[in-house]
Design a protein around this ligand. Structure first.
Ligand SMILES: Nc1ncnc2c1ncn2[C@@H]1O[C@H](COP(=O)(O)OP(=O)(O)O)[C@@H](O)[C@H]1O
Ligand SMILES: [Mg+2]
Length: 255
């Protein structure tokens, strides 16, 4: 097993508050890791740190042995890291196909952009197929359902062929059927060789699709293990139970 991502002693401070507070996390190449934790645990800030949307105050993030801290957002994309956002950020006025096509061009060197022929590349068509959006290729992205927009965003990252994919609550706002599709999609992406980190709040989804789970709490890793191990962990139960606004998560975590 190769360590693909190795985070050590990470701290992200917003004034005196540490949103990430001495976090260590290691991902092996080709694994699918679910990261759960109550609201405010620091899950999004963790993804933001890896992609340089926030600047950590201390620590180290090694990706394939290379330090990411200090690299630009763009340089990080070029090293092979792609992410989605909690709120999909697609171009509503452009078609589904145009969105993916633009994303595909981001990773090309400028010279090949100039040489690039018009028309749909196989890669774009194949990526649209993998997220079940072939039939919507010509529709404006703005006309998609919330779930479909999430998939489009995944497609826009996938087409850049990331080595590590970071998904921030991909099933939020999705229907049951869309959740199922998303779970299958994540499984397929991993089977095709991409390492995936999924931040998730929906315990039901985690139970169905997770292998190894990392639990975050107050900017730290509380525990790691299988779904069963994590669910039977007393501290994890307390963390979910201790917060009234996470009552739903708590109820689910206990079943
Ligand atoms: N830009 C920011 N400035 C100040 N506080 C922030 C900022 N971003 C996040 N936080 C705080 O950091 C904590 C972790 O937030 P976040 O990573 O979004 O949590 P999660 O994704 O686990 O719900 C929260 O208390 C949040 O209010
Ligand atoms: Mg979040």
């Amino acid at each position: 097993m190769t360590e693909l991502l190795k985070i050590r002693d990470l701290v992200v401070a917003f004034d005196a508050f540490h949103a990430i507070d001495g976090l260590d996390l290691t991902l092996e190449e080709h694994e699918v890791r679910f990261v759960i934790g109550p609201n405010g645990a620091g899950k999004t800030t963790l993804i933001d740190s890896i992609t340089n949307l926030v600047r950590p105050t201390a620590g180290s993030i090694l990706f394939a042995g290379e330090e990411l801290l200090g690299k630009s957002e763009y340089a990080i994309v070029r090293t092979g890291i792609g992410r989605t956002f909690q709120k999909p950020s697609v171009f509503d006025e452009l078609t589904v196909l145009e969105n993916v096509d633009i994303a595909a061009s981001f990773r090309l060197p400028f010279r090949s952009l100039l040489r690039r022929r018009k028309g749909i590349s196989d890669e774009v068509a194949q990526t649209l197929g993998s997220v079940n959006l072939t039939d919507q290729s010509e529709s404006p992205a703005g006309s998609l359902s919330h779930g479909q927009k999430q998939w489009l965003e995944v497609a826009m990252v996938l087409v850049q062929r990331p080595r590590l994919l970071l998904l921030d609550e991909p099933v939020a706002g999705m229907t049951e059927k869309e959740r199922l599709h998303t779970g299958e999609l994540v499984t397929r992406i991993a089977a095709e060789g991409t390492t995936v980190l999924v931040v998730e709040h929906d315990m039901d989804f985690v139970r169905r699709f997770a292998h190894k789970v990392t639990v975050m709490h107050e900017g730290k890793i509380l525990t790691e293990g299988s779904v069963a191990e994590v669910q039977s962990n007393e501290t994890v139960r307390e963390v979910y139970l201790g917060r009234p606004r996470d009552a739903r998560g708590a109820a689910e975590a206990l079943t």
